[in-house]
Write a protein that binds this ligand. Sequence first.
Ligand code: UDP
Length: 146
Amino acid sequence: ASDNSASDNSGAERTLVLVKPDGVQRRLVGEVLARIERKGLSLAALQLRTIDAELAKRHYAEHEGKPFFGDLVEFITSGPLVVAVVQGPRAIAAFRQLAGGTDPVEKATPGTIRGDFGLETQYNLVHGSDSAESAAREIELWFGSK
Ligand code: UDP
């Protein structure tokens, strides 16, 4: 029988998390992973990778054509990043809560990763899938056998 109690962090929901190149460069990987673990979420996969533009464009396909797209692809491919599959009850929403809003000053509040450590929207340290559909697509994109 399944156990849906709040302390059960074996919940099936999974989300794709990135510590973007700014977070790795600033040595905030441990800080981000500590917050994920303290929240009660679990790591199901974890890698340090440097990605090419093809993967970056596929990951951010929904933003193709927007004014920031080129800079975003350049930034996300600029150095090593950490990619993780994070698992637990309501993992998608829970990580978005930990991350805070996209703009680290106007939207993310203190106490969140972006609110505590970010200043600029592009360099906002982390990514987390925004829906169940995005999570499935992104986990397949980053970890699927292709
Ligand atoms: N971004 C940017 N300028 C913008 C909006 C977004 O540089 O005006 C970057 C930022 O790094 C953001 C990413 O593009 O995290 C993806 O944007 P999205 O709206 O999906 O935000 P998120 O889901 O990451 O909060």
